[in-house]
Design a binder for this molecule. Sequence first.
Ligand SMILES: [Zn+2]
Length: 193
Amino acid sequence: MVSKVAYSDIDDLTYQKLRAWAKRRHPKKNGEWVSKRYWQSIGGDNWVFATRKEGLTPLRLINHANTPIVRHVKVKGESSPYDGNLVYWSSRMGKNPEMPTRVALLLKRQKGKCTHCGLFFRENDVMEVDHTIPKSKGGKDEYKNLQLLHRHCHDTKTANDGSPGTKSGCNSAEPKPTRKLEKVADKWVMRYA
Ligand SMILES: [Zn+2]
């Protein structure tokens, strides 16, 4: 509310200045003439400083008070960027001490979204690395052939992409130990194969 009040003070000041300018510009005209020349009612707003030309949409001066006030939530002093929303920070920075590099890079490349369903990963989603072109179809084990998917999206995708059998067949030709990173108390869980 403080900002809204400040904005309307600025708008008052702007009006005073414009008014003085308009009167100086037309010293022989009266106040009413000047008002009609430069101000109009547009869309329920009175006293809008705007152009007036037949057949043209007026160009109008926007009031400061019409500016939506956006409050930025600051990171609290005692919390680090690495707390809490790991997915968010990893997708911003592409790396995170607690996030395996491959996953963090994929998150960043995908702007925090699962490429299968297009939805954002949330903190406690299980994410898995998938070979976009299955290895069984000649897909290579390289970064540009990798994508990060929700576990359930990965299940759907591998059921339909011609991978033989299961996801483990997609991820590697032979079973490898699955790396896991879980921190259930802080509400995020991450696993990748
Ligand atoms: Zn998904």
